[in-house]
Design a protein around this ligand. Structure first.
Ligand code: HEC
Length: 119
């Protein structure tokens, strides 16, 4: 029993460690890629928080493709409606196409965003 408890605690530490790292990784890439002016992991800025984006899209078919396309091609008015569901108000109605990132970089940050803990 004691061994089991110790193992459970160890797993808990590892899991929370990983999710904190994911959030940190997202913040770091977002800063590097010029997204931080409009996005944060947990705060509403001009754009929706990354954690809510993860919550909205996790498990949906083509989540990654959809989001990569939004970043590279721009996205308009989606979050006026989605935001209501989560009781947030996104300040800007659209995200301009992001030219500071290429497809690989965009896929990298989207992969990480979709790994954010959404519980
Ligand atoms: C000028 C402000 C601005 C910048 C810079 C910006 N975003 Fe956005 N972003 C927004 C807004 C506003 C929305 C909501 C768009 C909508 O309602 O359709 C959004 C939405 C998104 C979404 C969700 C798209 C969807 O289809 O639901 C993702 C993912 C995202 N941004 C990632 C990024 C990444 C990654 C970067 C940096 C490369 C970035 N954004 C830079 C303002 C910005």
């Amino acid at each position: 029993m004691k061994k089991f408890l110790l193992a459970a605690v160890a797993v808990g530490v590892v899991i929370t460690g990983v999710s904190a790292d994911t959030a940190k990784g997202v913040e770091k890439l977002a800063k590097q890629y010029g997204c931080s002016g409009c996005h944060a992991v947990d705060k509403v800025k001009a754009g929706p928080p990354y954690r809510l984006i993860a919550k909205e899209y996790k498990g949906k078919p083509n989540a990654k493709e959809t989001l990569v396309k939004s970043v590279l091609g721009g996205s308009m008015m989606k979050w006026q409606k989605i935001g209501k569901k989560y009781k947030i108000k996104v300040k800007m109605a659209y995200m301009p196409a992001q030219h500071g990132v290429n497809k690989e970089q965009t896929e990298k940050i989207i992969d990480l965003i979709l790994k954010l803990d959404t519980k």
